[in-house]
Ligand binder design. Structure first.
Ligand code: GCB
Length: 598
């Protein structure tokens, strides 16, 4: 029986199994205990932590964190004498030996806990890439799949008074049917890459809420508050002190309370990123949040923020740390990356190619940057596989749920550079329809591809156009596309037959910072600068151009980038080097954005 359970577990973990525990919203405003810091780790390329040499369930699975009870007992692992890693982080940049490692690593941390009555305790992970199996005191708390979305498990009954331990098996093997799939242009950083915490809440608690303007209505705040339990008659108070709003509501039999409040808040915009403090409370708890109010819509080929036309002066950003390599996760990381975007003159960031950490989105809001957020439905994933679809759907759901109260988020994007085809169309149209049911107040997009025809004719045509609000596409004129020279931009013509706003979600080319030469010499800053000048010239002429987010803010690690002496495992399309030095092309964008409306 045990054998079957473990074998099933391994299979399930490698395909799709998410314990469907609803997400607690705004965890950092709750009663939390951080589990960041030192964790012991054991690298496990052969899954010894689960299986013995016959691939039978191991009697002493690593999740048990066993210690010998007498000196002759054989136990071939010991977390306490194993090295430690500081969490959050990725193992690839924390341990030299693990730079290229993809597989399993087990992590363990000890902690103390005082049990309280009428209380629940959850363990919350901001993200673990890609598969996580979480054990408390040797017992399974749950599994999660998906490297960029948060998850939590109720561990109340697994905790003991005093000393406890948590073990997490993390596995980042790529898989054909996964999201993303086996092939992508960024580092598959493995590990507990975002914050970990214990969250203490009352037994009946406010699990989730939405406080935003009603769709395109500047005078009505609409939302709901939801308890974790189907408890009717619970009194909830929603307050926005600065607007002198205090509204009492009562939950229905589903534990849900809807509300609508007439109000005239100052609207958030890049020029005036006004944020209100709101408080959601009931007798035994009070949650404070920071919320921005704004409207976003399209009209013909224009994007309107608060009813006024706005150009999205953007930049694409990977969640990679400034100055050091590895995953970004902290407030400092966010402020540095977004600070560079502001310095460039941006009012918009495309957070590529997966949901970034919550801090990044919150900081963008504070700094006056509109956000495009996306899921890693990237290139050619398994369009006909139901598990793949459900996985993408779940990641979309969790992205939207986590950030639904962030006014700065204006665009949800559901795919990047996917190939035309019936199965793909079915997959993406279903996903788009689902996205609308999750949130009908924001704009929907997906980064499409360009069809390059003879005589420099570029066409953007995609069956998905009817499902999106914004036509966005990635073009690489002067780098991959055309004849690979920026001169092509001068003669290029564009056919984009839709009456919708156009956002060019990528353009660019590589340059090694500090390498100079002729403007036709690849990899030099001069080549990249020229490419940017010509692209800006070309794109400005496109009818309906409502924004751009060139590729990319900063050089980032990618296993696809092998050119020795130039790339050295970096995609060098950054406008800033991995060491934080600005390249010449940075100033091309800065100068262009000075002429725009931000
Ligand atoms: C793209 C992809 C992006 C790559 C970039 C490149 O179109 O969307 O993920 O990193 O091109 O540098 O080739």
């Amino acid at each position: 029986m045990l054998k079957r359970t473990l074998t099933c577990l391994l299979i399930a973990v490698s395909t799709y199994l998410n314990a469907d525990v609803p997400l607690i919203t705004n965890v950092s405003a709750r009663n939390i205990t951080s589990l960041n810091g030192k964790w012991n780790y054991i690298v496990d390329p052969l899954e010894n932590g689960f299986l013995d040499y016959r691939l039978e369930p191991h009697k002493n699975g690593f999740f048990k964190n066993q210690k010998p009870t007498n000196p002759s007992q054989l136990i071939e692992y010991n977390f306490d004498t194993s090295p430690h890693m500081t969490i959050p982080s990725d193992w690839n940049t924390k341990d030299e030996k693990l730079f290229f490692y993809e597989g399993s690593v087990w992590f363990k941390k000890d902690f103390t806990h005082q049990k309280k009555t009428n209380n629940k305790t959850y363990i919350y992970f901001g993200a673990v890439n890609y598969r996580a199996s979480v054990y408390i005191n040797g017992e399974l708390a749950g599994h999660h799949i998906g490297g960029y979305t948060p998850f939590n498990f109720d561990i109340t009954d697994l905790l003991v008074e005093g000393k406890n331990f948590v073990v997490v098996r993390v596995n980042n093997n790529r898989g054909k049917d996964e999201v993303p799939t086996v092939n992508m242009d960024w580092w598959n950083y493995g590990g507990i890459t975002r914050e970990v915490m214990l969250v203490d809440v009352p037994s009946v608690f406010v699990e989730d809420y939405q406080v935003q303007l009603a769709k395109n209505n500047k005078g009505l705040i609409a939302g709901w508050v939801k308890l974790n339990a189907a408890k009717a008659g619970e009194a909830i108070v929603v307050e926005i002190p600065e607007l002198k709003i205090k509204q009492q509501i009562k939950t229905d039999q589903n534990g849900l309370a809807n509300f609508q409040i007439k109000a005239k808040p100052i609207l958030w915009s890049p020029k005036n990123p006004k944020i209100y403090e709101i408080v959601v409370s009931k007798a035994d708890e009070s949650i404070t949040d920071q919320i921005a109010f704004r409207t976003i819509e399209t009209k013909g080929k224009d994007i309107l923020l608060n009813g006024e036309k706005i150009f999205l002066s953007g930049i694409s950003v990977h969640e990679e740390a400034p100055y050091r390599q590895g995953r970004a996760w902290s407030k400092d990381d966010a402020r540095t990356l977004l600070g560079w975007a502001k310095e460039m003159g941006c009012n918009f960031v495309r957070l590529a190619h997966y949901p970034h950490n919550e801090t990044m989105v919150r900081e963008a809001e504070k700094m006056g940057l509109m956000v495009w957020s996306e899921i890693p439905v990237y290139w050619t994933i398994s369009w006909t596989n139901e598990g793949t679809y459900n996985n993408a759907k779940k990641q979309l759901h969790d992205m939207v749920y986590r950030d639904k109260n962030r006014g700065a988020v204006v665009i949800w994007s559901i795919a990047n550079e996917t190939p035309h085809g019936e199965a793909r169309d079915k997959f993406l149209s279903n996903l788009a329809t689902y996205a609308r049911t999750l949130d009908n107040t924001r704009l929907l997009s997906m980064a499409m591809e360009v069809n390059h025809l003879p005589n420099h004719v570029n066409v953007v045509e995609d069956n998905m156009n009817e499902y999106v609000d914004i036509i966005s596409f990635n073009e690489y004129m002067g780098w991959y596309d055309g004849r690979g020279t920026s001169e092509d931009c001068r003669v290029a013509t564009w056919k984009i037959p839709y009456n919708k706003p156009i956002v060019v979600s990528e353009f660019g080319g590589d340059a090694l910072q500090g390498l100079y030469g002729d403007k036709i010499e690849r990899w030099t800053e001069d080549f990249q600068e020229e490419l940017y000048i010509r692209n800006v010239e070309m794109l400005s002429k496109i009818d309906g151009l409502a924004g751009v987010s060139p590729w990319i803010l900063k050089d980032f690690h990618s296993p696809r980038r092998q050119l020795f002496g130039i790339q050295d495992w970096f995609n060098r399309k950054g406008l800033i080097s991995d060491q934080g030095i600005k390249k010449k092309a940075f100033y091309v964008m800065q100068n262009w954005y000075k002429t725009k409306n931000n």
